[in-house]
Design a protein around this ligand. Structure first.
Ligand code: UDP
Length: 369
């Protein structure tokens, strides 16, 4: 008999399992996949930790979360600075003075601001109501057209004027020469990979892999309470209809060359290239093994975005109005559950970053014990 059955061995599940165990509760963690770590799972290929479900760069402003993850891994000094490729023209990301200089030839922050102001005025936007208007009002029409429009439509499969503004507010806009994609105080990649970090979190805790809770709901009887981190709509057999997600497909390739693109992430921001980005995994760890050995080969992943359909892996919740309303219906049911707690990106249908998931898990456990 367990105190908690935790469904899903991703970050939310692992944090809850660790904290509850340390508080004296007996936990069983199950996952339908044959591995732990959820979508932060990394697998070693040609001495390279490959982010099998997409690039994960840990970044946070929360000191408690940073201290927490550092208990389970040592982080390297990786700083995310993706490059945008628009029909072969390269631009720095996030939007900063390097981007503005390349786009318009402007040299001073003042001239960059003037240029953006001008384009904002021409577009006539005062109160941005959707992603398109938000983007234009932040960086002007040129950058919107070349670096945002095509990428966003590929990633979300929806036109930018049908998407919520908050998605683009994730990206900083800076009038300095700073290519750091994040504004976070702390940033890095766990040396040795995320899988190892989650393995340490789950140290001494019962884990059963390859077990699909939705097909084995009787497992709930083995525990007092359930923490469910899978899709909330699936838990309720899609009774109000299914929530929409974006899914991602990866084409992985091992190349017999040491350097394919010179950067961990290159975003293809035009509408014609079918993939959204290419990740070259070795650069998350500076092209070397933790022992300092240079790696001869390289592994790249082309990332293709698609609409989720049953059987696919859900990645991104589509937080538009329609789905927001549907989620509210599921949430009401969930709140009525005395013995089931819903958490994580899929359980809460929220575009969480890793640090937010960890913070939410820590908070939840605090409220439980
Ligand atoms: N985005 C864009 N161009 C880029 C990178 C991002 O337009 O080159 C937009 C796009 O709408 C995306 C959003 O910014 O959905 C957030 O990007 P982020 O990199 O945070 O997405 P994630 O890494 O979570 O996929």
């Amino acid at each position: 008999m367990y105190d908690y059955l935790i469904v899903g061995a991703g970050l939310y599940g692992a944090v809850c399992a660790r904290e509850l165990t340390d508080a004296g509760k007996k936990c069983l963690v199950i996952d339908k996949r044959d591995h732990i770590a959820g979508n932060v799972y990394t697998e070693k290929i040609e001495k390279i930790n490959v982010h099998k479900y997409g690039a994960h760069i840990f970044h946070t402003n929360m000191a408690n979360v940073w201290n927490y993850v550092n208990r389970f891994a040592t982080f390297n000094r990786f700083t995310n600075s993706p490059v945008a490729n628009y029909h072969g023209e390269l631009y720095s990301l996030p939007f900063n003075m390097y981007t503005f200089n390349k786009m318009w030839g402007v040299v001073t922050p003042e001239d960059a601001e003037k240029k953006i102001d001008e384009q904002r005025r021409e577009a006539g936007i005062t109160e941005p109501k959707n992603l398109e208007e938000q983007a234009i009002s932040l960086v002007g029409t040129d950058i919107y057209e070349k670096l945002i429009k095509g990428y966003t439509q590929k990633q979300w499969g929806r036109p930018c004027d049908k998407l919520p503004a908050f998605i683009i507010k994730r990206l900083p806009v800076r009038f300095t020469f700073d290519n750091n994609y994040f504004n976070a105080l702390y940033q890095g990649i766990p040396i040795g990979g995320y899988t190892k970090m989650v393995e340490r979190m789950l140290d001494g805790i019962d884990v059963r892999l390859g077990v699909d809770f939705l097909e084995h709901r009787e497992l709930a009887e083995e525990a007092e309470k359930v923490i469910y981190t899978g899709p909330i709509d699936a838990y309720y057999d899609y009774k109000f209809g299914n929530l929409e997600y974006r899914s991602v497909r990866f084409e992985n390739e091992v190349l017999d060359i040491p350097n394919f693109q010179g950067n961990a992430a290159v975003n293809y921001t035009d509408a014609d290239t079918p993939w959204t980005r290419i990740i070259e995994h070795k650069w998350f760890e500076f092209g070397r093994t933790p022992e300092g050995e240079e790696i001869e080969k390289t592994v790249i992943s082309r990332e293709y975005s698609s609409e989720w359909k049953p059987g696919d892996e859900p990645y991104y919740p589509v937080n538009d109005e329609k789905n927001g309303q549907l989620f509210t219906q599921y949430k009401e049911l969930a709140e009525g559950e005395a013995e089931v707690i819903f958490g994580g990106r899929l359980g809460e249908y929220k575009y969480y970053d890793m640090d937010q998931v960890i913070a939410a898990g820590l908070e939840k456990v605090k409220s439980l014990i």
